[in-house]
Design a binder for this molecule. Structure first.
Ligand SMILES: [Zn+2]
Length: 491
């Protein structure tokens, strides 16, 4: 099986820049967004079988540690007793932790091919959090050199290779690295070093890193954010176009007695209840967990944490399918002050996000608007503006509700040079014929007074057009701005 870069990823649905897709691997398809639970072969807290039951089709393990600890691996799937997709990472994380590693890129690539991984990664040099731009530049140069060298070293055509992007918080370096790596034949791209920023709650830094890399990565390649596994912030990363995650956090948090929920992480000692009904929480109370020996407690907490991540991935995929990813971001914005700032950061980029949102979506339940513009609203206003300018109407009738159409004279109602628009708290003005279409019909907004400036920006039309309305207040407001206004009688 030969797997060509740019031919293994297929996108099926979108919401904002988030996508549901599938990646072809030699072991079958992987639906994205997906998260690889990281398997620690020395001490795995959650059985691989349980990981499978929770719906994870792919796992990740560290090839460098396997190599250095001298494991007789053979086939990695048999070794892990996991018949799904196995990804490995190189020694990059260890390099970040210990400064250097004791293996060459050639050894690591050869080893990944020998143990038959489905997704492998070259040996990159992580930037991490550093005050030295000079150092950051060196990590980017080393990563790029290895990326080029790896092309010669790979022997197998059926392994998907990840081309990492480094640069840390130096966005010009991230951009430079993304541009260079995206030019090389990799199947997947990996954005490196977010872990330290995550630990410091510096979400905006990571969002900036994603945004700038995504500008240069072809849409035909999935993007992996290395080492990001907190559920509350995952939807934000997905909304900017991250398709893959890996996480050891479920186990690391468990070792530290931390209990994940979709909104926040609790310390077990503070919990009077377990606000979850996974297999673990169904069978145990918080007190019972606390009184267990650590080893047993860790295992159970890890299983709970992983099930929260599994649920979160499902929730994200469902939101993309239903076109409501924005609502999930809104939902999460109060989870943490830095997530609130991340939401505001996204709000400022709503126009950019709107560009990637589809103009229709398979199944939408309810979109809620809270006074600020959500991307779907921005996108739809653009469509209204285009519609109005193409129609070149001679008369524009503004109604405050759609029932008022009944009081219009027939020669206005059916005249193709008369445009009838209805006031809307969220969209400003909506052409009568667009009231039942997505996303107007699906948007529940609070009744607010129409904003005359917003209205006039939508109906940017010729002076010669007669604007008519029954609404007294609107009539006088329009009179102040436009010449050709008529008040219709409501009888
Ligand atoms: Zn639970």
């Amino acid at each position: 099986m030969r797997l060509e870069p740019d031919a293994v990823f297929e996108v099926k649905h979108r919401s904002l820049c988030g996508r549901i897709g599938r990646i072809k691997t030699k072991r079958g398809y992987l639906e994205t967004p997906a998260l690889f639970p990281v398997i620690d072969v020395k001490r795995q807290l959650v059985d691989v079988e349980r990981i499978r039951q929770l719906g994870f089709k792919a796992v990740m393990t560290n090839s460098y540690l396997l190599l250095k600890r001298g494991f007789k691996v053979g086939d990695i799937h048999q070794f892990l007793k996991f018949d799904g997709i196995v990804a490995t990472d190189s020694g990059a994380y260890q390099m970040l932790e210990f400064g250097e590693i004791n293996a060459t890129q050639e050894e690591i690539i050869r080893f990944q091919e020998e143990i038959d991984v489905d997704i492998g990664v070259i040996l990159d040099t992580p930037t991490g959090k550093t005050n030295s731009k000079e150092w950051a530049k060196q990590t980017v140069d080393k990563t790029l050199n290895n990326a080029v060298e790896s092309l010669e070293l790979r022997n197998r055509d059926d392994v998907l290779w990840v081309g990492p992007i480094q640069g840390g918080e130096y966005l010009d370096l991230v951009e430079f690295c993304a541009k260079k790596v995206a030019d090389l034949p990799f199947h997947i791209h990996g954005l490196g070093s977010p872990t330290e920023f995550l630990e410091g709650y510096r979400y905006q830094t990571i969002l900036e890193m994603i945004l700038i890399s995504k500008k240069h990565i072809p849409p035909s390649r999935p993007v992996h954010l290395f080492g990001a596994g907190h559920p509350a912030i995952l939807p934000y990363f997905v909304a900017l176009g991250i398709d893959l995650f890996d996480s050891a956090s479920y186990a690391l948090f468990a070792k530290d007695d931390r209990y994940l929920t979709p909104q926040k992480t609790y310390r077990l000692e503070t919990l009077t209840e377990l606000p979850c009904r996974c297999r673990v929480c169904e069978k145990h109370t918080a007190n019972e967990l606390r009184s267990m020996v650590q080893k047993q407690r860790e295992k159970l907490l890890a299983e709970h944490n992983l099930s929260v991540l599994a649920e979160e991935l499902s929730r994200i995929r469902l939101a993309i399918y239903q076109g409501t990813l924005w609502d999930l971001l809104q939902n999460r914005m109060h989870s943490h002050p830095q997530i609130f700032d991340a939401f505001r950061w996204m709000l400022r980029r709503a126009r950019y996000l709107a560009k990637y949102s589809p103009i229709t979506t398979p199944s939408v339940s309810g979109l809620f608007a809270f006074g600020y513009d959500r991307p779907e609203v921005i996108l739809f206003r653009e469509r209204i503006r285009q519609f109005v300018s193409q129609l070149e109407p001679k008369r524009l009738v503004i109604l405050s509700s759609k029932d008022q159409v009944l009081i219009l004279k027939d020669d206005w109602r059916f005249d193709d040079k008369t445009l009838i628009m209805v006031l809307d708290g969220q969209f400003g003005l909506v052409p009568l014929e667009m009231l039942d279409v997505y996303p107007v019909y699906q948007t529940a907004s609070r009744k607010t007074k129409p904003d005359i400036r917003k209205i006039l920006s939508i109906i940017n039309i010729q002076e010669s057009v007669l604007v008519a309305t029954v609404d007294a207040e609107l009539y006088s407001a329009l009179r102040r701005k436009l010449k050709n206004v008529e008040r219709l009688s409501a009888t």
